[in-house]
Design a protein. Structure first.
Length: 262
């Protein structure tokens, strides 16, 4: 029960959607630095290639890219097929790809719901279902395969910004993760969610640029999240230390969702 074996992910095969940028890039690096083989996927081919080159320069683990546009169902199918050609099993699936849409309530477009819920919720289910056979092949009673869904504290609280579809999609993702935990736990596959607060990412860039001081002041720990914070949480959930965690929604936000406001 030593520290190294408890948190070891060396040799595990991991798929991180949206793994080339932002939180996904932070997560991918955490796995590669600790000896895992990581596949990253997004529709930005150049970003995937750049991330893979940077990650492979770190040594220890390996990184590969399988670009896919998750708005397109056929691309999700192609991703699963390509992964199954390259690997016989998948130890960890990190569903990180997501989108947002902000607009005033009276102007909020119907198209936003289709776009945001497709990527943040529908495709998460589609991809998870398609790679479940690979997850089952990696699963063992004391070392189950893992699904980690990247949610948001905006799916737990009411956000100040008018991001109706995003908040609803993340709340749906949190609950779908629990439903999957019950269903797939019987196949030795766990499903958990990280409800992330503010991190440096493309999605948060404009908000942090304009409101960083205010955002940090609303976090009890007084800062936004770091790469180590989200990578560490994923490593825990993917290792022997997190093998008995199933159906959990872990708030990774420095306590901002419970911060009292006068």
């Amino acid at each position: 029960m030593d520290l190294q074996s408890l948190f070891d992910v060396k040799g595990k095969v991991v798929l991180v959607t949206g793994g080339a940028k932002g939180i996904g890039r932070m997560i991918s690096e955490g796995y590669v630095r600790n000896g895992a083989t990581v596949y990253i996927s997004s529709r930005d081919v150049k970003a995937c290639e750049q991330a893979v080159n940077e990650l492979n320069a770190l040594g220890k683990g390996k990184a590969h890219a399988i670009p896919a546009d998750f708005y397109k169902e056929e691309d999700v199918k192609k991703l699963a097929e390509e992964l199954s050609k390259r690997e016989s099993k998948l130890h960890v699936l990190v569903n990180n790809s997501g989108s947002n849409w902000g607009a005033p309530y009276d102007e909020y477009p119907s198209a936003a719901w289709t776009r945001v819920l497709t990527l943040n919720l529908h495709r998460v289910f589609d991809l998870t279902k398609l790679v479940t056979p690979l997850l089952e092949k990696a699963a063992a009673p004391n070392d189950p395969a893992r699904i980690i869904n990247i949610g948001s504290i905006d799916g737990l609280r009411v956000p100040a910004l008018e991001t109706f579809a995003y908040s609803a999609s993340k709340a749906g993702l949190h609950h779908m993760s629990r439903v999957l935990a019950n269903h797939l736990g019987r196949r030795n596959i766990t499903s958990n969610t990280l409800a992330c607060g503010p991190f440096e990412s493309k999605m948060m860039a404009a908000t942090l640029k304009n409101f960083r001081e205010q955002i940090e002041s609303n976090v009890p720990l007084g800062r936004i999240g770091s790469p180590e914070d989200v990578a560490g949480a994923c490593l825990f959930l993917s290792s022997r230390a997190g093998a008995y965690v199933n159906g959990a929604t872990i708030s990774l936000d420095g306590g901002s969702h419970i911060a009292a406001k006068m």
